[in-house]
Design a protein around this ligand. Structure first.
Ligand code: COA
Ligand code: AMP
Length: 633
């Protein structure tokens, strides 16, 4: 069957399609049906089945004779170490950790925050929670303590599992002091913290609250897998929205397993025993779906990579890792390829390694620019698959499903919708637009298994953010079009989310920080084109009347404040002071127009602009900062 047959089979009988896909998962009790629509437009999948994620990711492979296969390969060019963990070892380690968590009172439904760098123990912590039916929430290490505190207060964890430190090429990230500061800031206090001590920095433990990873496992009874309902939350993952309050995306257990297993086979072409590597971070959805759960559920080897695409130590590090681990499918962000290409434009480093096993390169997280895709195609000689998805969906909305059939690639397009996704392009009134016309991209409800059923403790916000604007649809927040052949093109966000180095960030959250500076009366943050990172944030500040603080000082202050409050990952490095911001007559700041000026793009003077002369002032301020930047594509 080719892609079109598979998609048509889903359209003809979605229930039958997903029940068949569910057959690839081990259920303790099989679900009676796939879709539960009694509470539409809130939908659930496989709600009455009983299942355990850890069983499917670990134990069943040991039972099937794969105990000696490497499950997790840790590659750390930062610590110069490589280490493999077999499925049998993983089972023992996870059962022991889960046993220790259970002995400290963690039960099904309890929340556990995980704050760890790219080490195998991060996956073990996730799997140990899954083993008990505890709901984990992994927080990315590049966020500041206050972001961690917001998440602690929102999901109210009984425990936090953290490492003593993370390692960036130029510095040690002091995780433990960040955890301590976050707990101080948060109103909710966890019962206990488990700290994995790394040799690069040993952290001080708080007596009575903190236990050491190894110490607290001493003498405990290993835990067996606890079956949970198909609609039991497997995890909560916070992602950026319009405001500073992140959205807690909930993932239900049954649909998660079914969708990941389906995608590993059909999108990534991965079977048991194959080797798969996603070079992302466990703190992002890519890390959840395709570093941890997807490959392991599929019985494949996964790589946990602690390093960067360049500088650790050279731009050949990705290819060396692919060679040494005989990776079949590799997944990274376009930014990473741009970073490599910048240092190795002719692919000299690529040719030093034997990449015989590599069959495909997958790109996601941001728009894959045609130049970068072409470069990768030429250098690697394998299909380069751009695929489009979001934290909310957990797996690809659109892709080239090479496990079914390798479709012709179109540069600039993440190809075609996956089964389960009815992708429509709508106008402002919610009506489908003709092929080739730009509009808001929406997904007809219900969304497929594995996608978010709701936001944690915030169903009203879920409805408002995603369902209310286009009734009967899920609003993706992306704009684009579909061509004559049904290929999708994702062009921009329709909200205030920007994408910096494949990291999704909220300009609204940054504006909240800028606005809290005592000298700032008003502000705006926009995303400007960046030839390496895709976009980078840029701030505009209007100061209060009578302020005498030098502008440079205010700018330096707000740069530091964003780093301290949101984190280094925000990469907020530049801002300027202006007298006024361009606004509509009703007072809405014209951020999109400012971004177009910064990028040197043509723009139509907004009909509702209050005073067009302000745009000249903005142009002048941008020119002083070097925008438009002609090095950008
Ligand atoms: N923990 C702590 N800090 C982190 C971090 C982490 N896990 N990840 C990044 N940071 C820090 C960086 O050290 C940097 O800090 P600095 O301002 O002190 O230099 C800051 O956050 C910004 O990081 P980043 O935007 O990643 O820029 P960079 O200059 O360090 O690296 C790239 C540039 C292109 C090499 C890098 O962004 C990259 O590998 N991107 C791919 C992203 C990716 O895989 N995304 C996943 C989506 S699929
Ligand atoms: P995240 O939730 O962090 O995965 O970010 C999701 C957003 O990243 C999407 O809504 C898009 O705006 C963008 N994105 C992800 N993948 C792609 C892609 N292949 N092409 C274009 N944009 C993408």
């Amino acid at each position: 069957m080719g892609y079109r047959d598979v998609y048509a089979a889903w359209q003809a009988d979605p229930e039958g399609f997903w029940m068949q896909a569910a057959g690839a998962i081990d259920w303790k009790e099989k679900p009676s049906k796939a879709l539960f629509d009694g509470n539409a437009p809130i939908y659930e999948w496989f709600s009455d089945g009983m299942v355990n994620t850890c069983w499917n990711a670990v134990d069943r492979h040991v039972l099937a004779g794969r105990g000696d296969q490497i499950a997790i390969m840790h590659e750390s060019p930062i610590t110069l170490s490589t280490k493999g963990i077999t499925f049998r070892q993983l089972q023992d380690r996870v059962a022991s950790l889960a046993g220790a968590l259970r002995a400290k009172g963690i039960e099904k439904g309890d929340r556990v925050i995980i704050y760890m760098p790219m080490i195998p123990e991060a996956l073990e912590a996730m799997l140990a929670c899954a083993r008990l039916g505890a709901i984990h929430s992994v927080v990315f290490g590049g966020f500041a303590a206050s972001e961690l505190a917001v998440r602690i207060d929102d999901c109210q964890p009984k425990a936090i599992i953290a490492a003593s430190c993370g390692l960036e090429p130029n510095r040690v990230v002091h995780y433990k002091p960040l955890v301590d500061a976050a707990i101080d800031m948060a109103s909710h206090k966890p019962d206990f913290c488990v700290i994995f001590q790394r040799e690069q920095e040993v952290a001080q433990l708080v007596e009575g609250r903190d236990v050491s990873w190894h110490g607290f496992q001493y003498g405990v009874e290993p835990a067996e897998c606890v079956p949970v309902e198909g609609n039991h939350p497997a995890y909560i993952l916070y992602t950026s929205g319009t405001t500073g309050q992140p959205k807690g995306v909930v993932r239900h257990t049954g649909g998660h397993l079914v969708a990941l297993q389906w995608s590993m086979t059909n999108v990534y072409n991965i079977a048991p025993g194959d080797r798969f590597w996603a070079a992302s971070d466990v703190g992002w959805v890519v890390g959840h779906s395709y570093i941890c759960y997807g490959p392991l559920v599929a019985g494949a080897t996964t790589v946990v990579y602690e390093g960067k695409p360049v500088g650790t130590p050279h731009p050949g590090t990705f290819w060396r890792t692919i060679q040494n681990n005989r990776i079949k499918s590799f997944f990274t962000a376009p930014t990473a390829l741009r970073a490599i290409r910048r240092e190795d434009p002719n692919g000299d480093w690529i040719r030093r390694y034997k990449l015989h096993d590599l069959q495909a390169l997958f790109l996601a997280g941001e728009r894959a620019d045609p130049d970068t895709v072409k470069w990768a195609q030429e250098q690697l000689g394998v299909p380069v698959v751009d695929h489009w998805w979001q934290t909310e969906t957990g797996w690809a909305i659109a892709a080239n499903p090479i496990g079914i059939e390798t479709l012709p690639t179109k540069l600039g397009s993440p190809s075609v919708p996956m089964p389960g996704y009815d992708v429509q392009v709508l106008d402002e009134g919610g009506n489908p637009v003709p092929r080739g016309t730009l509009g808001a991209i929406a997904l007809k409800l219900p969304l497929p298994p594995g996608t978010l059923p709701t936001l944690w403790n915030a169903e009203a916000r879920f409805r408002k953010s995603y369902l209310d604007h286009f009734p009967g649809y899920y609003e993706t927040g992306d704009a684009g079009y579909i061509d004559e052949d049904g290929y999708l093109y994702i062009m921009a966000r329709t909200d205030d989310v920007i994408n910096v180095a494949g990291h999704r960030l909220s300009t609204g959250a940054m504006e909240e920080v800028l606005a809290s500076h005592p000298d700032v009366a008003e502000c705006a943050v926009i995303g400007v084109a960046d030839s390496l990172k895709g976009q980078s944030p840029l701030g505009f500040l209007c100061l209060k009347a009578g302020v005498t603080t030098p502008h440079d000082k205010v700018v330096a202050d707000v740069v530091r404040m964003v780093r301290d409050r949101i984190g280094p990952v925000a990469a907020f490095k530049s801002a300027c002071v202006v007298d006024r911001l361009p606004k509509t007559r009703s007072g809405k700041i014209l951020r999109a127009t400012m971004a177009k000026i910064a990028d040197g793009e043509e723009f139509k003077m907004p009909a509702t602009i209050d005073d067009p002369a302000v745009l000249d002032e903005i142009k002048a301020a941008l020119a002083l900062l070097g925008y438009p930047d002609t090095s950008n594509p």
